[in-house]
Write a protein that binds this ligand. Sequence first.
Ligand SMILES: [Zn+2]
Length: 78
Amino acid sequence: MADDKTQVIDETKGKDVKAGALLCPVCCVEYVEVAFDFKVNGVVLHDVAALRCPKCGEEVFSPQQQQEIRKKSAITFI
Ligand SMILES: [Zn+2]
């Protein structure tokens, strides 16, 4: 009958849900994701993702990124 009133409301729009967003404990500012060359155990890993505080420049690795580094370095060592 009047079933053609299909209304799609995108409720997810505008909600910037960032799972696992980390804050700099010093500045209370959300880290931004950056990528750079990272040297580990004498091996340079290219394009390593990390988080950097836009205010103080502190760089950290999220657990996910640490895992990524481990994976990349393992490949490098083969
Ligand atoms: Zn900071």
